[in-house]
Ligand binder design. Structure first.
Ligand code: FES
Length: 168
């Protein structure tokens, strides 16, 4: 149980999560809402946090784990501020999504599933996101970029880096 306190900002974030959980009269029915809140707060759902939630909701840890792994929205690994999802579905693949992916690997210096050391970008692949008419498609968080080719990749990365500079 103590391990959860080793998570970044746990001392400050766990009470917020507790208050959220305690606001429900039937806590056991609110697994999805609680996991969403926990991921919003911590950015991901490591096993120690899942265990903490299981105890708070008085549910078996296996149940929480089952929900986390069922929904692709939930992440067990820490993610960067921007998750770059490259669609590797058939329509995108035949139009060169692998070249787009390779360019992200090359520029960011990370492989699929990894996060840059500055915690800014996480690179993932996804199956068809239902925008095949825009193939090849890249999503950065909720924003969709269509008809993307390898030569567009530096500009996309730069635009997010510039956004960071502006926010700093
Ligand atoms: S295959 Fe990429 S959006 Fe459908």
């Amino acid at each position: 149980m103590e391990d959860v306190y080793k998570l970044e900002n746990a001392e400050e974030l766990l009470p917020v999560l507790d208050t959220f959980i305690d606001s429900f009269p039937n806590k056991k029915d609110e697994v999805i809402a609680v996991l969403h809140k926990a991921q919003d707060l911590f950015g991901y759902l490591p096993s120690e946090l899942q265990l903490y939630i299981a105890r708070k909701l008085d549910l078996p840890a296996a149940h929480i784990y089952g929900v986390v792994t069922f929904y692709s929205y939930f992440n067990e690994e820490k993610r960067g501020k921007y998750t770059i999802n490259i669609c590797m579905g058939t329509a995108c693949f035949v139009k060169g999504a692998d070249k787009v992916m390779n360019e992200f690997h090359r520029i960011l210096g990370i492989k699929t599933g990894e996060t840059t050391p500055d915690n800014l970008f996480t690179l993932t692949d996804v199956r068809c996101i239902g925008a095949c008419g825009l193939a090849p498609v890249v999503m950065v968080n909720d924003k969709v970029f269509g008809h993307i080719h390898a030569e567009d990749v530096p500009g996309i990365i730069e635009s997010y880096k510039n956004r960071e500079k502006e926010e700093a």
